[in-house]
Design a protein around this ligand. Structure first.
Ligand SMILES: Nc1nc2c(ncn2[C@@H]2O[C@H](COP(=O)(O)OP(=O)(O)OP(=O)(O)O)[C@@H](O)[C@H]2O)c(=O)[nH]1
Ligand SMILES: [Mg+2]
Length: 365
């Protein structure tokens, strides 16, 4: 029986994992390969799931726990996609704040299901600006998000430097030198998942027979849990409309509401990890992102007008989840004063739980 191939794309929040999955799926679909994608979060209602589904992909969202803490749920989802939906390749996006994937996912899948699954080399996607900042100042990252970035990179079979389109040639050279100081023996892929540069070459790597899970990161779970516990998570979805039934430009609304949220975070000096929105009405959509306090709002999709819209919003930031909830409530309140109505469909905000993986292998197999 042909083994199903599982491709994990790790990397920190905002590195571009979902954008890469979208881009790669398009290429793979054009080769008539049937793809399934698995998304993951500790709560339901992911912008990523909505975006991938909107692009016509088969998506399964595992929510409630991260992959390593819900290993059996992950195996069930893979099994369903392969056996029932006949997917030939499964792309999986772990939660962006997760690390230790090699010992908690890749080794157990290889060891426990040697005849069912083939696991592709672990790709860890990196935002080049974070890579610059972290590698230039390695000693200051013994805790906080920096600890997670470094552990994610340490366990990579392939470090995939994304957002190549943002770099000048001299920055690429400088980055190569910096990477060499800490990760000299790591294979590196240079890509832009947004512009589809280098993605075909990355596909060659993940479809190859190169061994996966060659490196285990030495993760201290107390530090790891502390780093995650300093973050707040917020997932919500609303129906939005106007009291006087005015037709609204929702792309403009999306840009404006994200800018207001960004301003609130900035004024409270809170570090944003990722704010994502997805607005949809019929076939029209607008997707928005903020990945830090400095860069502006990134909007994709189309301008569209309708009387109402469904909005999904996910926020991950270095603050209490209660503060995030307050910020969103304040911003929504300012719209309500102008006649907007928000009917909440679902909302959950929380601190990520301490990771308690089902399996944790101390050696590679
Ligand atoms: N310039 C540029 N931007 C990119 C590229 N890839 C992704 N982005 C942008 O980076 C932001 C985050 O992208 P996502 O794909 O949502 O990142 P992610 O890693 O899935 O984030 P989480 O799901 O929160 O962990 C979005 O604004 C993307 O448009 C790229 O190659 N170039
Ligand atoms: Mg994503």
């Amino acid at each position: 029986m042909k083994k199903s191939k599982i491709i994990f794309v790790g990397g920190f929040l905002g590195a571009g994992k979902t954008t890469l999955l979208n881009c790669a799926s398009k290429i793979l679909k054009s080769r008539s390969i049937k793809i399934g994608v698995i998304t993951n979060d500790q709560a339901v209602g992911l912008v990523d799931t909505n975006i991938l589904q909107h692009n016509g992909l088969i998506v399964s969202e595992i929510s409630g726990k991260c992959f390593c803490c819900d290993f059996n749920g992950l195996v069930d989802a893979i099994d369903y996609m392969v056996k029932v939906l006949h997917c030939e390749l499964i792309l999986a996006e772990p939660v962006g704040s997760c690390t230790d994937l090699c010992s908690t996912l890749i080794q157990p899948l290889k060891k426990l299901f040697p005849n069912a699954f083939e696991v592709a080399p672990l790709s860890v996607l990196v935002d080049p600006l974070k890579l610059f900042a972290t590698l230039k100042n390695l000693d200051s990252h013994k805790e906080g998000s920096g600890y997670i970035y470094i552990k994610q990179w340490e366990e990579a079979d392939y470090i995939v430097v994304n957002k190549l389109d943002l770099l000048e040639n001299d920055q690429i050279d400088e980055l190569k030198d910096l990477i060499n100081t800490k990760f000299s023996d790591y294979p590196i892929c240079w890509i832009s998942s947004q512009k589809s540069i280098g993605v075909e070459d990355w596909i060659v790597v993940i479809l190859s027979d190169i061994k996966s899970g060659k490196r285990l990161a030495n993760v201290d779970y107390d530090v790891y849990a502390l780093c995650e516990s300093r973050m707040g998570w917020y997932n919500a979805s609303f129906m939005i409309g106007l009291e006087n039934l005015t037709i609204m430009d929702w792309q403009g609304f999306n840009r404006e509401i994200l800018a207001l949220i960004q301003k609130e975070f900035e004024s409270k000096k809170i570090i944003i990890a990722h704010v994502k929105t997805f607005l949809k009405s019929g076939v029209n959509f607008s997707a928005g992102n903020i990945i830090n306090e400095i860069e502006g709002v990134d909007i994709r999709g189309t301008e569209f007008a309708s009387r109402s819209v469904r909005m999904v919003i996910n926020i991950r930031a270095e603050t209490s989840h209660w503060t995030i909830d307050e910020i969103v409530n304040d911003v929504l309140q300012s719209y309500m004063e102008h006649g907007f109505k928000f009917e909440m469909i679902a909302k959950k905000h929380f601190t990520p739980m301490r990771p308690e993986p089902i399996h944790r292998f101390g050696i590679t197999c």
